[in-house]
Design a protein around this ligand. Structure first.
Ligand code: ZN
Length: 139
């Protein structure tokens, strides 16, 4: 059992930007030469998340719409009253979805469903540079 680590960087537009990072993660699994194990994908930062989605035009609209309904931007946030940074909703969305996922890989391939892509969601209210940490535990 060993580990293999790599960081990957992305420029986001913020405001619920959803970026398909599946290929970049798959490349890391291939490069590791591991056959079986767990792939953890983690984004540092309190206004972004990593999750999976079917990456198609309908859901790419539905998902931000759902976020607007669940965690509206235009309500009062104590975070904003304290820090004046206007991104209380961004923090809450990020906490609800979480910063990481773990995906098993078998015979050198991630066990994702056919219509299941790995996405980085940036909920902040401005464009950001994001680093995503990919850590494999396997052999
Ligand atoms: Zn903030």
């Amino acid at each position: 059992m060993g580990t293999h680590h790599q960081s990957i960087s992305f420029q986001t537009r913020g405001d619920c930007d959803i970026i398909d990072i599946t290929e970049r993660v798959e490349e890391i699994v291939e490069k590791s030469k591991f056959r079986n194990g767990i792939c953890t994908v983690f984004v540092p930062g309190s206004t972004a998340s990593v999750t999976t989605i079917e990456y198609e035009d309908g859901l790419l609209k539905d998902f931000p719409d759902a976020m607007d309904r669940l965690v509206p931007e235009d309500i009062v946030y104590e975070h904003h009253l304290r820090w004046r940074d206007g991104n209380g909703h961004s923090h809450i969305r990020s906490s609800i979805l979480g910063p990481s996922i773990a995906i098993p890989f078998v015979d050198g391939r991630l066990t994702l469903g056919t219509w299941q892509q790995i996405v980085l969601c940036d909920f902040d209210n401005r464009p950001r540079s994001r680093k995503v940490e990919v850590m494999l535990l396997g052999d």
